[in-house]
Design a protein around this ligand. Structure first.
Ligand SMILES: Nc1nc2c(ncn2[C@@H]2O[C@H](COP(=O)(O)OP(=O)(O)O)[C@@H](O)[C@H]2O)c(=O)[nH]1
Ligand SMILES: [Mg+2]
Length: 366
């Protein structure tokens, strides 16, 4: 499949990561939603997790939505299980960072945010538990901008009367969704929210205009940018981490779930959209390789093992192209050409000998 999103869900312990993963999964597959509290979660599936009512291992929930395959990785929030979280971050290209709206930015939020920034992973912030009483969104935004990133901007703005939360406005499309007690439906933007939402929309359009000279000129001439120009510009800015979208919702009630799925597809990277990887060819000349099957073969060796039966074995992740037994590859770190004598696909402890390996399989061994 061409459209793929590999996304990690992060956030402080108890911010609602597993509940969100379950709700996203149920929304995309139409299956019954599992519950952390009732011990019926698919993501918290081990007996230990069921009795703790909390995640211990990272779990992968693959789903398909609007023709895109989304591989969600739900991580434990606790520091006790941090290695699983760090290895999940090293294989994803996008992230959703959760906040508990009643608590704001917590220690775990900052910790996970720093991991993501270190790896330059485009991130959507989802402010969860907006259904709780006494939530002040504008204060939360100040907290996010001070402790996480100045460039965080609401792509969705909450609606509701008397501080209550019953829906949100999508500030990109200027459309609203309202919770009817069971699910979300299209709605009018509440009059008292229009000014704030329009201001946010204009800020986004200005940020988009700044991404190209042509758009800047259009913007200053007072011309409207098209929906497509706005979408493309926002995507570029989010992929470059110049803008951090903030969404709102409630994982438990199912508010803001389809919008989050849409925005994961719209604004988080497809592995093949990313910058090409740089390396050197067989003659030592610098080359670039895109993450595509029809590019020449390139891979990243992340582990070397010396096995009494196999001899030396390299475990690698394929970046582009394919490799066959008998091919010669250049190992740039050793500045050496090596002929591939054997290829195996590794699944846990199991190894299966194969003749050819491509990008679809992720851990292979020469
Ligand atoms: N009020 C409210 N509670 C929530 C929401 N999402 C999750 N919770 C509750 O928060 C607790 C922690 O949820 P969990 O998904 O296990 O959080 P995790 O530790 O981040 O995976 C559970 O009791 C959930 O029922 C929400 O949107 N609103
Ligand atoms: Mg969890």
């Amino acid at each position: 499949m061409k459209n793929i999103r590999n996304i990690v869900i992060l956030g402080h312990l108890q911010s609602g990561k597993t509940t969100l993963a379950e709700t996203l999964y149920a929304a995309a597959t139409g299956n019954q939603k599992g519950s952390v509290d009732a011990g019926t979660s698919i993501s918290d599936y081990t007996p230990e997790e069921k009795s703790r009512k909390s995640s211990v291992h990272s779990a992968i929930l693959p789903l398909e939505y609007k023709g895109t395959k989304i591989n969600l990785i739900d991580c434990p929030g606790s520091d006790d299980f941090i290695t699983d979280t760090i290895s999940a971050i090293s294989v994803v290209k996008g992230a959703v960072l959760l906040l508990d709206a009643s608590k704001g930015v917590e220690v775990g939020t900052v910790k996970h945010w720093n991991f993501l920034r270190k790896k330059n992973i485009p991130t959507i912030i989802y402010v969860n538990k907006m259904d709780k009483p006494d939530v002040h969104f504008d204060k939360l935004m100040d907290d996010i901008r001070t402790k996480l990133g100045k460039n965080a901007i609401p792509f969705c703005y909450p609606m509701g009367h008397n501080d209550g939360f019953d829906g949100f406005v999508n500030c990109v499309t200027l459309t609203a969704r309202k919770y009817n007690g069971k699910e979300c439906e299209d709605a009018e933007i509440y009059p008292d929210k229009r000014a704030a939402v329009l201001e946010l929309h204009n800020q986004m359009v200005e940020a988009v205009a700044e991404t190209s000279e042509e758009l800047m000129e259009k913007f200053f001439m007072g011309e409207q940018l098209t929906r497509e120009e706005i979408h493309d510009g926002l995507r570029k800015s989010v992929l470059a981490s110049d803008l951090i979208p903030v969404l709102v919702g409630s994982a438990i009630k199912g508010i803001g779930i389809h919008t989050l799925l849409d925005m994961m597809i719209d604004y988080l990277p497809n592995p093949q959209d990313l910058n090409p990887i740089e390396g050197v060819d067989m003659n030592g000349n610098p080359v670039e390789r895109k993450t595509l099957d029809d590019e020449p073969f390139s891979a990243f060796v992340f582990k070397t093992m010396v096995d009494p039966y196999f001899g030396t074995a390299n475990v690698f992740k394929v970046n582009s192209g394919k490799i066959k037994v008998g091919d010669t590859v250049h190992v740039s770190k050793l500045d050496k050409d090596i002929q591939v004598s054997q290829l195996n696909v590794v699944t846990g402890a199991k190894m299966t000998s194969v003749g050819e390996i491509g990008r679809a399989s992720c851990r292979e061994r020469v």
